[in-house]
Design a protein around this ligand. Structure first.
Ligand code: ADP
Length: 570
């Protein structure tokens, strides 16, 4: 709750204005049955038409005030809810972008998305609701009881006698029903995750004829959600009708007892009518309070989920200046070991050093730890043992901003965004149009001309471009701005050999100063590098040039003979 209050606090003035209007509007609503009773019992018998009109006018005015107050208050409530939630989403998104990669692994991406969307929506609903019916229901309940007490204490005691029963229902709902809703929310989360995974992998699921399995997995979870929905709904189903029953009992009692009191001259007919209205108002208020409790507990669970992310560990951004050590190699891995789960090492004892402008190729099967080395270099994760250095400075001591600016990267499965080709290459950086065009031409993206130049539209995920075209756009993105370090993680896998060779030639010619790390499973993509690191199961199996490795690395020789047919393709 503290968490939500923190975000509502800046709007307290607006909240106070809205709540005051809600308060006045509600009081007017409460006042109306009382006025009606007065008109019926005290004014009508006087047979003074002028007075009847006067009171009628007052009732009309009260209705208008109630209408205006409630409309204004509801609008204010919506605007406060909107602004506070916007801020929550803003902070949450900012936090997610700064979150340590380890934390992203822990929360998982689908869960972060649902925290960003569903959970913030529940909070939005709660903030709005609290300012509207959260104020109105208690006033109607307490105010209703007070007004009825002042009019006729005997009839009011009927109401008071019913209150403990109603209280018991509210208690039952909040003890039994609300936790069931919490459970339901968890199951819906899992269902959402399954749907998301499914949608992301829909093509492969179809291709591998796995639709049956997936349907079963979805069906099971869907069943669980339906079951917990039924459970929660069957508890909640008691709520409305029981309240209605109590209301009807109350109304019957008011009429029976009231009729006798009117007969005996202790009460007027107007009192009975007013009491019937107040009974309805009070019981509806009780019903609303159970709804508020449900909403409140949902929003509280959501707030906790968001707070968990906001409190998550951030990347250590580092401060100060980056001071390169003269004479130190450009990139150096010094006996680096790292484990994701801190149980078994995912990469172990990796050492190499690259001078400025040198090319390193990393070769190894999937899961060998190739991308992990890049993540350590970018400091997405910190090494467990050993050090990664750039110009002699441990990357842990390089300010993150400065560090990340040194790189141009193509990751596996990188994202293409909706927009045009130029925007996709620029990616919000300060890169001029000629630089973009040059990067595209170096990346061998000749297709840009056919598509109508850098202004050509790209649909979401770049689906109006082929895999090879998308890959070249991504390479151009990495080349734009001429980074000191270029990383190509399986970047050329969708390119044909001729294009790949042309790309290599363009890099050789235009980027002599750029240190390039190429990750590949194809030997042809890395055999020309100054150094090649062969990895298997996170362990270094060999380091050297193609010739040296052919000489003394059996694994490399084996891969080469498989891929190149035992010949040396220079
Ligand atoms: P490669 O790039 O050679 O295919 P990776 O570096 O991606 O291999 O993965 C090396 C190992 O680390 C694999 O066993 C993989 O399962 C594991 N791994 C990769 N990323 C994560 C992660 N975010 N959390 C846990 N384990 C991971």
């Amino acid at each position: 709750m503290q968490f939500i209050l923190k975000y509502v606090r800046p709007y307290l003035k607006r909240v106070a204005g809205g709540v005051t209007c809600k308060f006045l509007g509600t009081i007017m609503d409460l006042f109306l049955p009382w006025l009606l009773a007065t008109v019926l019992d005290d004014i009508v018998p006087l047979k003074d038409e002028g007075k009847i009109y006067l009171y009628g006018g007052i009732m009309l005015l009260c209705s208008l005030l109630a209408w205006a107050g409630n409309v204004f208050a509801n609008r204010v409530a919506a605007s406060v809810a909107r602004d506070a939630t916007r801020q929550i989403r803003h902070d949450l998104f900012g936090k997610i972008t700064r979150l340590h990669s380890r934390e992203i692994d822990r929360f998982t991406i689908p869960s972060l998305i649902s925290r960003m969307t569903t959970d913030t929506y529940y909070i939005y609903r709660m903030i709005g609701m609290m300012q509207r019916i959260g104020i109105r229901a208690p006033i109607l309940l307490i105010g209703g009881i007070i007004v009825t007490m002042t009019r006729d204490s005997v009839l009011s005691s009927l109401l008071l006698a019913l209150l403990p029963f109603m209280g018991a229902i509210v208690w039952f709902i909040s003890r039994k029903g609300v936790p069931l809703y919490g459970q339901l929310q968890k199951h819906v989360d899992t269902l959402t995750r399954i749907v998301r995974e499914n949608m992301n992998g829909i093509r492969i699921i179809k291709a591998l004829s796995k639709t049956g399995d997936e349907k079963k997995r979805f069906g099971q979870m869907n069943e669980t959600v339906a079951r917990s929905e039924t459970k929660a709904a069957s508890v909640m189903a008691v709520n409305g009708p029981t309240m209605q029953f109590l209301l009807n009992m109350g109304l019957v009692l008011v009429i029976i007892v009231g009729a006798r009191r009117v007969d005996a001259g202790h009460a007027g007919a107007g009192d009975i009518i007013a009491f019937l209205s107040y009974f309805t108002i009070i019981l509806n208020a009780m019903l609303t309070i159970t709804r508020i409790l449900t909403m409140y507990s949902k929003a509280l669970a959501s707030a906790r989920r968001i707070e968990e992310v906001i409190g998550g560990e951030e990347e250590n951004r580092g401060e100060g200046e980056f001071a390169p050590v003269p004479g130190a190699p450009h990139i150096e891995f010094d006996q680096v070991s790292f484990s994701y789960n801190k149980k078994q090492m995912d990469v172990k004892d990796i050492s190499f050093s690259l001078e400025k402008g040198q090319r390193l190729g990393i070769l190894g099967p999937t899961g060998a730890g190739k991308s992990t080395l890049i993540k350590l270099l970018l400091r997405l994760y910190d090494t467990d043992e050993g050090a990664v250095r750039i110009h002699g400075v441990d990357v842990k001591d390089v300010p993150l901003e400065a560090l990340r600016q040194m790189f141009g990267i193509v990751f596996q499965n990188d994202a293409i965004f909706r927009g045009d080709i130029g925007e996709n290459v620029r990616l919000g950086r300060d890169v001029s149009l000629p630089e973009i065009e040059r990067a595209l031409s170096d990346a061998q993206a000749a297709f840009v001309e056919e598509k109508g130049g850098v202004g050509a539209q790209v649909v979401s995920r770049g689906q109006n471009f082929s895999g090879g075209q998308q890959q070249r756009m991504l390479i151009a993105r990495a080349l734009a701005g001429h980074p000191p370090i270029l990383i190509l993680d399986d970047a050329a896998s969708a390119l044909d050999f001729k294009t790949e060779a042309a790309l290599r030639a363009a890099l050789k010619q235009g980027y002599q100063d750029t240190t390039v790390i190429t990750i590949a499973q194809r030997i042809s993509a890395i055999m020309h590098c100054d150094q090649i690191l062969v990895l298997e199961d996170g362990q270094p199996m060999g380091l050297g040039t193609h010739e040296q490795l052919m000489e003394n690395c059996p694994l490399y020789r084996e891969i080469a003979s498989l891929q190149l047919g035992g010949e040396d393709h220079e």
